[in-house]
Design a protein around this ligand. Structure first.
Ligand code: DAH
Length: 342
């Protein structure tokens, strides 16, 4: 019996020594300790051993089981370590290799100026709102004091879907929508797309505007001026100066157009401002009391000021772009150049 166990120990030891991977080792485990394994069978055979020898034989078998278990465990550890080392070796990263080029995107100049302007406005206490691009004639024109067949509609010929539904020609359309919803005092800005039946070197049929509306008691032109000056300084720099010129819009009275020192030459005169040092950027004014009344706001108690920017122009000035068409071409070479320090 002893010899039989010894030769079994030798046989299994040799097998374990020879084994090269965990899968083969698992097979040996089954061969030794499995349901029909050699050790299992030996234990089962204890029944046939003479009772007076059982203790000794039992100890021998136990001894062998422990030895083989240890042997297999050791080998298992060794093989696991080997596997780990191989894995580490094969997955090693050479940190001295040059990095892979990672493509960084850039914001479109119009998105850039929308982000910057809305940020500035939010800091000044404005809420940012949106309105539909497909608008009714009522909100786009009538509620803005531009009745049907009024000559001032000529300034804003747009695309009609039906007689009453159109692509909004101005973000001013959100003014009435917000006035109907809100209770004064409130301050809102609305950036978005606008449409007009215009297409030439300086006009695109789709363009962007930012509308601002403040309704409160005791609003005056001075409030409008100081707010616009702060806004322009924050966007284009502290040395920016603004100039008001009288103008006409049906929804404001009085109405003004606002020029600012050319951000490219800082007022010295350059090709962008055609040597004048100033650029026209927005329309504004004190909200016509009729417009307030139409949207359910008591014009005896409240007044408002409003302004509307051309965002494409504003973004061009911010990014030194001279041709408005480049904004709409989606030419990747142009957009690539927008990767500045942001
Ligand atoms: N909606 C005008 C336009 O598209 C711009 C404008 C002028 C907006 C005066 C205003 C404003 O809010 O007060 O030409």
């Amino acid at each position: 019996m002893k010899e039989e166990l010894l030769s079994l120990e030798k046989e299994v030891s040799q097998k374990v020594d020879a084994v090269q991977d965990l899968k083969d080792l698992a097979e040996i485990k089954v061969y030794v300790f499995g349901k029909n394994g050699v050790i299992t069978n030996l234990s089962k055979g204890m029944r046939d051993v003479e009772p007076n020898q059982r203790k000794e034989v039992g100890m021998l078998i136990n001894d062998l089981r422990n030895k083989l278990e240890n042997k297999i465990q050791e080998k298992e550890k060794l093989l696991e370590e080997k596997l780990l080392n191989e894995k580490l070796e094969s997955e090693k990263i050479d940190i001295t290799q040059p990095g892979k080029d990672c493509k960084v995107g850039a914001l479109h100049p119009t998105s850039d100026v929308i982000d910057k302007l809305t940020d500035i406005c939010v800091n000044m206490g404005f809420s940012v709102v949106e309105g539909p691009e497909i608008e009714t004639d009522y909100y786009n024109f009538e509620a803005m004091n531009i009745p049907k067949n009024h000559p001032s509609r000529d300034m804003q010929d747009t695309f009609f879907i039906t007689n009453e539904i159109l692509l909004r020609s101005q973000t001013s359309a959100v003014q009435a929508r917000e006035m109907e919803k809100r209770k004064p005092p409130f301050k809102i800005v609305c950036p978005g797309k606008t449409y007009r039946n215009d297409s030439d070197a300086t006009h695109s049929p789709v363009f962007h505007q930012l509308e601002g509306l403040v309704v409160d008691e005791n609003i005056s032109m001075a409030d409008l001026k100081s707010m616009l000056l702060t806004l322009m300084k924050r966007l284009y720099g502290e040395d920016t100066v603004i100039r008001f010129r009288p103008s006409f819009f049906p929804f404001t009275e009085p109405s003004i157009e606002v020029d600012l020192t050319c951000p490219t030459c800082h007022g010295k005169g350059c090709s962008i401002c055609k040597g004048t040092g100033m650029l026209e950027l927005l329309g504004a004014g004190i909200v016509n009391p009729k417009v307030l009344e139409m949207s359910g706001i008591d014009s005896k108690k409240y007044r408002g000021f409003a302004f509307g920017f051309g965002l494409d122009r504003a973004g061009m000035l911010l990014n030194n772009i001279s041709n408005i068409k480049s904004l709409f071409k989606n030419d990747i070479r142009f957009l690539e150049q927008m990767k500045g320090e942001r």
